[in-house]
Design a protein around this ligand. Structure first.
Ligand code: PGA
Length: 263
């Protein structure tokens, strides 16, 4: 399931949507319509759908990573309501989504929490998809780059270069996410993506140059390919628009047609 740096990475976070049976069907139906040669897909369902998602991944042989939306940094213990990295790997989960804007904003996850989570996920053998992004207020005060740099540096502090192949970073400006969000423009994204790449290369060397950087926030079939023309953006992290098989396929088609990147 390895991708090289020229491949695209595209997937969706289902947030608090779909039962286990619905997610299983979703992946089986996706496997019938998605091109296999596109790159690497990922689906990040609720915890209760993970086992069904892993089964559907294995049955369909779709090149899809199954991800969890969160995890605790401790391996076990008195943490009611939490799930550990070991529990996820035991299920066959590939990836942990860490630091989504809703986790940071609604559930008060801090950069220090995320540092612990990144370390625990990588130590357990999970891939990490780390989300970073500035709020509307930070953008208005022109400190977006500082916010994104701080989030990235703290979350990845202490991670060694040999772990870089397990990392993926999603730049998701908070003001662009969800029904009330406005999609960012390539001009908004380009300087941030360049700064993220610079930080990754300064920490990991050549390995930092190969870490996928995804854009997320109000991605839909009309704009998906445009984001992929931004230098350093090598993938898309989609919410609402990819929650049905036709919606997911429309984004893949748009990414292929408009990005100029044929697989
Ligand atoms: P959206 O969600 O595509 O529905 O804006 C993106 C996200 O929350 O990652």
């Amino acid at each position: 399931m390895w991708i090289n740096s020229s491949s695209l990475l595209l997937g969706t976070n289902l947030k608090m949507n779909q039962t286990a049976a619905e997610t299983g069907r979703f992946i089986i139906e996706l496997a019938e319509v998605l091109p296999r040669s596109f790159g690497q897909y990922f689906i990040i369902p609720p915890f209760t759908s993970l086992a069904a998602a892993v089964r559907a991944r294995d049955e369909s042989e779709l090149p899809v990573w199954i991800g969890a939306q969160n995890m605790h940094w401790e391996p076990s213990g008195a943490f009611t309501g939490e799930i550990s990295a070991a529990m996820l790997t035991a299920l066959g989960v590939d990836l942990a989504l860490l630091g989504h804007a809703e986790r940071r904003g609604l559930f008060h996850e801090t950069d220090e929490d995320l540092q612990r989570k990144v370390q625990a996920a990588l130590a357990a053998g999970l891939r990490v998809l780390l989300c970073i992004g500035e709020t509307a207020g930070e953008r208005a005060n022109a400190v977006g780059l500082e916010t994104v740099g701080r989030q990235l540096k703290i979350a990845l502090n202490g991670i060694a270069a040999d772990q870089a192949p397990m990392l993926q970073v999603a730049y998701e400006p908070v003001w662009s996410i969800g029904a009330g969000g406005t999609p960012a423009t390539p001009d908004d994204i380009a300087p941030v993506a360049t700064a993220i790449r610079g930080l990754l290369v300064s920490q990991f060397g050549d390995g930092g140059g190969a870490i996928p950087i995804l854009y997320g926030g109000s991605v839909d079939p009309t704009n998906a390919g445009i984001f992929l023309q931004v230098p350093e953006i090598t993938g898309l992290f989609v919410g609402r628009a990819a929650w049905t098989p036709p919606g997911f396929l429309a984004i893949v088609d748009s990414a292929r047609d408009m990005s100029g990147r044929q697989s």
